[in-house]
Write a protein that binds this ligand. Structure first.
Ligand code: SIN
Ligand code: MN
Length: 258
């Protein structure tokens, strides 16, 4: 990352890296992502009406490509640079946001859950959202409130019928959005949004015929490892050893050992 990009991340709480991964890299990951969406696959949540898969967790346990993605230098190096320390993988998941049936995500801060449910001490982590489909203004893009991370951890409430469970009250979102506006990064598959654990974010449902698969890779500082996990290990990973980034071409077809 350039100095200006680091400054932008500190100011806005996110950074959009358009086309960071190639079409070939993305199509291989996407093919694997579809394997974890099958009925009966482990570690997944379906949409409430059962019409489609919503999230698949820990795909790196079952896919060599996703395990490489979790150690990819194009994600690990920016995270190390932004955090100024070694990182480990806190969470890896795939959000499918299926065509016609992909449901919404209520406004929340990820750190609310990581702190309360996993015992993560500080918001010293970075999330990378990698688009495995083109994300447009219509297929349920993630919405962010620029600068909202600077307000720290805000009051979270438990809305029983929404996933995530700890959501931001409407009046908090209203106040934040009055200050920062709302931005929805869109772009081709392969693009990445890096964002802060206290970034206020949400997304609407997908009523279009185009799916919106996005993989989330969460890298946490090794000195900020979770202390009191209450969730299963596939939701809050337990390998706290520092990641040694792989070679830049590790997702290329036919690349055997990295
Ligand atoms: C999330 O906050 O984990 C999901 C947001 C999205 O997929 O739009
Ligand atoms: Mn989130």
């Amino acid at each position: 990352l350039a100095v200006a990009q680091v400054a932008q991340f500190r100011r806005d709480g996110f950074l959009f890296l358009r086309g960071l991964f190639s079409a070939a890299e993305v199509s291989a990951l996407r093919r694997d992502a579809l394997r974890f969406a099958r009925p009966g696959a482990a570690h997944k949540f379906d949409e409430r009406d059962g019409s489609a898969v919503r999230v698949a967790h820990a795909p790196h346990w079952r896919s060599r490509l996703f395990s490489r993605l979790g150690r990819h230098p194009r994600l690990v190096e920016p995270a190390r640079k932004l955090l100024g320390r070694e990182v480990y993988l806190h969470q890896l998941k795939i959000n499918y946001k299926a065509a016609f049936n992909g449901g919404s995500w209520a406004w929340h801060q990820d750190f609310a859950m990581w702190h309360r449910q996993d015992g993560m001490p500080r918001p010293a982590a970075v999330a990378a959202a990698l688009f495995l489909d083109d994300v447009t203004s219509t297929n349920g893009p993630m919405m962010l409130i620029p600068g909202s991370h600077r307000s720290g951890r805000l009051g979270a409430e438990r809305k029983e019928r929404s996933r995530p469970l700890l959501t931001l009250p409407d009046r908090v979102v209203e106040r934040l959005a009055r200050g920062g506006g709302i931005h929805a990064p869109t772009g081709p598959a392969g693009s990445v949004v890096l964002f802060h654990p206290n970034m206020a974010h949400a997304s609407g449902s997908n009523l279009t015929p185009w799916g919106r698969i996005v993989a989330f890779v969460v890298l946490n500082g090794v000195d900020n490892a979770i202390r009191r996990p209450t969730r299963p290990d596939w939701l809050a990973l337990r390998d706290f050893s520092p990641i040694e980034p792989l070679a830049d071409d590790c997702l290329r077809r036919g690349r055997r050992a990295c």
